[in-house]
Design a protein around this ligand. Structure first.
Ligand code: 3HC
Length: 285
């Protein structure tokens, strides 16, 4: 039974995952690399809870209870008593493999489930860094996590049915998310479709035949999307968009997944989107 949850990483996605788990009544321990990063993550999380209160989505008592269920650590050994750990560090295979290797060492109980919020990295690559591949699974949330209704559950060739059932039930019944299931291919269902669309918008901008505002307005006004592809890339983060495109390109070697040079240059310039204050648009921080 899942009672104690661990979340590794408290960036955009990790803080959202920790928030929804704490709001659902779970004891949540969050790991960050140092005290400053933990403090920044905690601030982001508390601001999001406050926003939910202002929007009448959460009452102030439930907000306080959720805050009390959250703990922070900079030592992964503190995860020894967790039942489920969701890894949400940067979208880098090396970084994720290293987290899985460490979690496998510090968590003695072989029943504990190790999930990854990876957007695109095949789960098998993470599973094989552990001694419990049957308990390793993808649990892919969407940004902003408290608002978006979906979780992709991704099973590798070695994930057990029991792990899939527990994680599916946790997401659907406790976190109240719609669960869709995908086999273990880079990008799973959503990013395999979304990333080529975003990359096409970047190529359109790069080739100079429309402005960013017009490309986005085209999809918002013409197709009723809540935001256009370039604004969405800024929300996801251009670093993450680039990393996901690279994983997809690595896996399938198809041109539609190849990151356009403009995206690479913007990443080199540190224009990561909303979180950096500038991407395709500028943002007040
Ligand atoms: N908790 C609960 N509810 C919250 C909240 C919080 N912390 N923050 C905001 N909300 C609610 C608001 O009250 C509002 O609810 P309402 O519709 O009932 O009034 C709703 O969420 C929308 O919030 P806002 O009004 O503040 O904002 P917008 O209307 O401008 O919408 C948006 C913002 C939700 C980001 C919307 O533009 C959107 O849906 N964009 C697309 C997002 C998307 O596609 N995400 C997926 C990215 S891909 C990904 O994550 C995968 C990765 O692997 C790359």
């Amino acid at each position: 039974m899942i009672e104690r949850v661990g979340v590794v990483g408290c960036g955009l996605m990790g803080s959202g995952i920790a928030e929804v788990c704490a709001r659902a009544g779970f004891d949540v321990l969050v790991h960050e690399v140092d005290a400053e990063a933990a403090e920044r993550g905690r601030d982001r999380l508390v601001k999001s809870l406050d926003r939910a209160v202002v929007a009448n989505k959460l009452n102030p008592t439930d907000r306080d209870d959720a805050v009390h269920r959250l703990g922070f650590t900079i030592d992964l050994s503190d995860f020894a008593d967790r039942d489920l750990v969701v890894e949400a560090v940067i979208e880098s295979e090396d970084a994720k493999v290293s987290v899985f290797r460490t979690l496998d060492k510090v968590i003695a109980n072989p029943e504990v489930i190790l999930a990854s919020n990876t957007s695109s990295i095949p789960i098998m690559k993470l599973a094989m860094a552990t001694s419990r591949p049957a308990n390793v699974i993808g649990m892919h949330f969407f940004n902003p996590v408290p608002v978006m209704n979906l979780v992709e559950v991704v099973t590798s060739l070695l994930t057990s049915e029991g792990t899939e059932q527990q994680v599916g039930a946790f997401a659907a019944q406790h976190l109240n998310k719609r669960v869709i299931r995908s086999k273990d291919r880079a990008g799973f269902i959503v990013n395999a479709l979304l990333i080529p669309y975003i990359l096409s918008a970047v190529r359109m901008l790069e080739s100079g035949f429309a402005t960013a505002a017009d490309i986005d307005a085209g999809m918002v006004e013409g197709c009723n999307h809540p935001m256009g592809p370039l604004a969405l890339a800024d929300l996801i983060g251009l670093d993450t968009t680039m990393a996901v495109a690279e994983s997809l390109y690595d896996e399938f070697r198809e041109q539609l997944y190849a990151p356009p040079p403009l995206l690479a240059r913007m990443n080199e310039a540190g224009l990561f989107g909303r979180k950096a204050g500038r991407g395709f648009y500028e943002y007040k921080r």
